[in-house]
Design a protein. Sequence first.
Length: 76
Amino acid sequence: MTDVVDSDELLRRIQRARACAHEELLAWRARSADLARADAERADEARDARTRGLAYEAVLRVLDEIVTPGRSAEPH
């Protein structure tokens, strides 16, 4: 059975998803920075953390565009 939600609930869900993506982006950026300062043996982990951060950045931009059309065109 499919749940039917109104536009206000849909917007709330998108905003929660956006907040979560933002938190993940910050966490992966911090992890990437920490690993970059670590020894060369952790270079693969640092690269993975950067990649995950970029993925969350992309998700965040898409959700921003849904919530605030045109915002993604503004410089960050």
